[in-house]
Design a protein around this ligand. Structure first.
Ligand SMILES: Nc1ncnc2c1ncn2[C@@H]1O[C@H](COP(=O)(O)OP(=O)(O)OP(=O)(O)O)[C@@H](O)[C@H]1O
Ligand SMILES: [Mg+2]
Length: 233
């Protein structure tokens, strides 16, 4: 069996609000293997986004270890972490998070440019990804000139730009109507399959989670179930 791309042990996250302590994650042990598609479900406030932020190295745990390809990202200095994030992790957020002053194409190119990649291959890849998400004609448009579904498709192209082995998505269809949501989802799943990415997706949508190879449910900061639909018991 391949070694895990992500391995969490004893991960907790508590926040001191000044008057009291909030225990958001209370001891998460989890291993995710390359190529898995994991859906994270659970009620609002159960800790899903907090967990995803930790997996992304955007936030650090109070206790525990988070190994990405065997390296504990919970204890890394910011510059090293930023480098790992740039090479290994793509993100898609519910609220798209495009840079408003950059065109669609410039947004897709940004992760590569931040890494000092700006050759012809880079531009070709950005254009191929925009084509893939059906937005070739819109590459010079700014985010305000794009619909929500279009903005999220640009965000998908951007997330895949540097071929990250791990893609993290927090309710990527949460702001979209069902038609646009379905289109974004299909693109996400197709890109994930073609690029051989490990996908961790937070969702409230049971139907969407049904596409996952594994469904993890959080409750009050703990994993209360870890199922593999379609695998015989
Ligand atoms: N900075 C913070 N300070 C205090 N409490 C926080 C902070 N960030 C998150 N929380 C609390 O931690 C809990 C988990 O938050 P989180 O955003 O991870 O939930 P979630 O499962 O993603 O919920 P949703 O489905 O609504 O997005 C919530 O009760 C939230 O209020
Ligand atoms: Mg959330």
């Amino acid at each position: 069996m391949s070694s895990p791309i992500l391995a969490l042990a004893g991960v907790t996250k508590s926040i001191d609000t000044g008057t009291h302590r909030v225990d958001i994650l209370r001891g998460i042990d989890l291993e995710i293997r390359p190529g898995e598609f994991v859906a994270i479900m659970g009620a609002s406030g159960s800790g899903k986004s907090t967990l995803l932020g930790l997996l992304a190295g955007l936030d650090s745990p109070t206790m525990g270890t988070i190994q990405l390809d065997g390296e504990d990202i919970a204890r890394l200095a910011e510059d090293r972490l930023a480098d790992i994030r740039g090479r290994k992790i793509g993100f898609v957020f519910q609220s798209y998070q495009l840079i408003p002053t950059l065109t669609a194409e410039e947004n897709v190119l940004l992760p590569a440019e931040l890494a000092g990649e700006n050759g012809r291959d880079t531009l070709d890849r950005a254009r191929a990804l925009l084509d893939r998400v059906g937005l070739s004609e819109r590459r010079d448009h700014y985010p305000v000139q794009l619909s929500g579904g279009e903005q999220q498709r640009v965000a998908l192209a951007r997330a895949f730009m540097r071929r990250p082995p791990l893609l993290l998505a927090d309710e990527p269809t949460g702001n979209l109507d069902s038609t646009n949501g379905r289109q974004v989802l299909e693109l996400l799943l197709n890109l994930n399959r073609d690029e051989h990415t490990t996908l961790v997706l937070v969702t409230h949508d049971r139907e969407l989670a049904g596409y996952a190879s594994r469904i993890i449910t959080l409750k009050d900061g703990l994993i209360v179930s870890d199922e593999r639909p379609g695998t015989p018991a």
